[in-house]
Design a protein around this ligand. Structure first.
Ligand SMILES: *Cc1c(COP(=O)(O)O)cnc(C)c1O
Length: 403
């Protein structure tokens, strides 16, 4: 069986983890700080905070910004449930909007969805392909949209407009107009979950790229406290000479451990010149092969302005129903190749259906979903396996779309 997305774990990873495990310090400490600095350097952002998951990272920001009951947060209908679930956790309302043909959030739809209750917009870089950040950033800064904004917390007052928080769970290393993902907008949240491009098994990071009116160093300190119960000192500092501490707020527990950060440091050191290069080459081989099948729509991953992180190869088949897509997938599985669908749109999930969201309101989302098949892309995928994937996927598409 050809797997869908196993992590790249080798001797180097295992040795780095073992080193931390034998060091006498296994939870948040120097390794996590080192990983944070490496992310900040890679992404060209002033400050990065590592957390237990992207989900935790997203929710922390919403809560920090004061998002609460009665508020609205705009998200694409086409994303993983985490993007919207965190809004529910805060008691606010996810306002879903449709996407464009290239899977990114439709900015015109954002514009019509904005109301005086809108506090945050969460664009998602699906598959690693960045959303149109310049247009979104300009929109929230435009006088008409700013005039609608009602500041109800000190942070909202300071910003004076809607916050843009990128869900960059897929897009570590992606580029947009010469910038590196992490620096496209106010806040960027990465995921280091096991199937993501850059992994720590579980984990996430928040990149702070807020306007100068915010004291980023102070904000980092506040968040670092927030993710450790609101404790004024972390355990590492306490053990090194100052035991007395206080609890400043009823904080959370969603820190990253040094064991996991050790995996991240190995990953990031070989990310740009090795991991991304390999992923790109797999994308290119798929594109070369699938371009020959007229019914296949090649996913967007490179344009004048954008370069993907090559996270998901979101292949589509023209003019097929969801049933035919599922039959194609079954045949591929029967031939020992694992494929996937990213994602079942939010309005089709029971929890959101029960809240009254309807897929009929998001035609492009349904269109992209119903004919989509994600195929394997990962570091250890061999040339021969790429050939097998191409053969089995092509054959299944041709078999199921004839007659
Ligand atoms: C994986 C994913 C998340 C959640 O990441 P975790 O680190 O597992 O919390 C959020 N958004 C999208 C689009 C994802 O694919």
């Amino acid at each position: 069986m050809i797997d869908f997305s196993p992590p790249r774990i080798d001797k180097k990873t295992v040795e780095a983890v073992a080193k931390v495990m034998f060091s006498g310090w296994i939870t948040t400490g120097p390794k996590t700080k080192e990983f944070e600095q490496k992310i900040a350097d890679y992404c060209h952002v002033p400050k990065v905070l590592c957390v237990a998951s992207a989900t935790a990272g997203l929710e922390l920001i919403l809560r920090w910004f004061g998002v609460k009951e009665g508020d609205e947060v705009i998200v694409p209908a086409y994303t993983y449930c985490a993007t919207a679930n965190v809004i529910i956790h805060c008691g606010a309302t996810p306002v879903m909007v449709d996407i464009c043909d290239d899977f990114t959030i439709n900015v015109q739809r954002i514009q019509t969805a904005i109301t005086s209750r809108t506090k945050v917009i969460i664009p998602v870089d699906i598959g690693g392909y960045p959303a149109d950040y310049d247009v979104i950033n300009a929109l929230v800064k435009s006088p008409e949209v700013k005039a609608l904004f009602k500041a109800e917390s000190p942070e909202q007052q300071l910003l004076g407009r809607i916050l843009v928080m990128a869900d960059a769970a897929h897009s570590f290393g992606a580029l947009y107009k010469g910038k590196t993902c992490g620096s496209f907008t106010d806040i960027t949240v990465f995921s280091f979950h096991a199937i993501k491009n850059l992994t720590t098994a579980e984990g996430g990071a928040n990149c702070f790229n807020l306007p100068d009116v915010f004291d980023i160093e102070l904000i980092y300190k506040q968040f670092y406290c927030k993710i450790l119960h609101g404790q004024s000192k972390d355990a590492y500092t306490k053990l090194h000479g100052s035991w007395r501490y206080d609890v400043l707020e009823a904080g959370y527990k969603c820190n990253m451990t040094d064991i996991l950060a050790a995996i991240g440091v190995v990953e990031i050191d070989r990310y740009k010149d090795d991991m991304l290069v390999k992923r790109k080459s797999i994308f290119e081989r798929y594109t070369k092969a699938f371009s020959k099948i007229p019914s296949v729509i090649i996913p967007p991953y490179e344009s004048d302005e954008k370069t993907s992180s090559y996270h998901l190869y979101l292949l589509r088949v023209n003019n097929i129903t969801e049933e035919v897509r599922d039959a194609i997938i079954q045949q591929i599985f029967d031939n020992e190749v694992a494929v996937n669908v990213h994602f079942i749109p939010l309005p089709m999930l029971t929890v959101y259906k029960n809240m009254g969201y309807q897929i009929e309101d998001y035609p492009q989302t349904y269109q992209n979903y119903s004919c989509e098949i994600s195929i394997p892309v990962y570091y250890d995928l061999t040339d021969q396996e790429v050939e097998t994937v191409i053969k089995m996927v092509s054959r299944a598409i041709i078999d199921k779309t004839q007659n």
